[in-house]
Design a protein around this ligand. Structure first.
Ligand code: C2E
Ligand code: C2E
Length: 179
């Protein structure tokens, strides 16, 4: 029989399913840990953990500004000069599809190296290493760019990336018209 404590434990185990986008390194590790340890979820079908290292000249904080997860349950963190993403319930064969939804540019233009884990024991083993990375190596979003300020003014509408139109007045009111 479930008592309230069990329910809150169950709910906390589903943590990443309520999160989206950037998380601190420790929250990210906790959320992914909850996922892989959740026996209610399908074995080896919880999602894909991916680590991306930016091409030389792009800082991981800058790469983060291009990373726009749309689906709840898709979480990201940065640290140790890598961008880490966990894509809940994404199948490994669909990883490129998901990444194309999440980044407005081809990921090969932004990242030179990709590592992928998708089986429970692979993810759990990588998590052990991730948890050893000290706070001095954790990254944070560039200030002021966390959500609103976008490098590329575009949004994924579920099908494709679309520019967001901005209203533009061609003649300002006080100039009047050339009558
Ligand atoms: P969500 O899962 O948090 O996804 C939010 C938005 O991310 C979606 O908005 C869509 O623009 C994009 N997105 C997420 N996953 C995919 C995907 O696999 N393919 C594509 N092309 N786009 C994706 P949208 O479409 O307005 O959906 C809003 C919410 O409705 C979704 O939130 C989800 O909770 C639900 N939903 C919509 N379609 C489906 C579906 O086919 N299956 C499931 N399980 N839920 C769906
Ligand atoms: P899936 O989750 O089984 O979704 C299969 C198809 O259902 C998607 O094909 C899409 O056409 C539709 N669909 C699912 N969820 C949504 C939604 O929220 N909104 C809309 N508009 N459509 C939805 P698609 O887009 O080719 O994606 C194929 C597979 O790629 C997905 O299978 C999923 O495994 C993965 N994927 C794609 N985008 C995302 C994403 O943003 N996040 C994650 N975690 N996985 C994704």
């Amino acid at each position: 029989r479930l008592v309230p404590e069990d329910i809150s434990t169950l709910l906390s185990m589903t943590l990443p399913l309520k999160l989206r986008g950037f998380q601190t390194w420790s929250t990210f590790c906790e959320a992914v840990g909850n996922m892989v340890n959740n026996t209610l979820l399908p074995p080896d079908g919880k999602g894909v953990l991916v680590a991306l290292r930016p091409v030389p000249g792009i800082r991981v904080e800058q790469a983060l500004t291009l990373c726009r997860p749309n689906r709840v349950g898709d979480i990201v963190t940065i640290g140790d000069n890598r961008l880490l993403m966990f894509l809940s319930f994404c199948r490994v064969n669909d990883l490129d599809t998901a990444l194309n939804h999440i980044f407005p540019l081809p990921t090969a233009d932004i990242f030179s190296n990709r590592m992928v884990w998708f089986e429970d024991n692979q993810i759990a083993a990588e998590l052990v290493l991730l948890r050893e990375v000290g706070p001095d190596k954790w990254g944070a979003p560039l200030t002021g760019t966390s959500d609103e300020k976008k490098i590329i003014n575009a949004e994924h509408d579920g099908q494709t990336w679309r520019r967001i139109p901005e209203p533009l007045r061609l003649l300002s009111e006080d100039r009047g018209s050339a009558s």
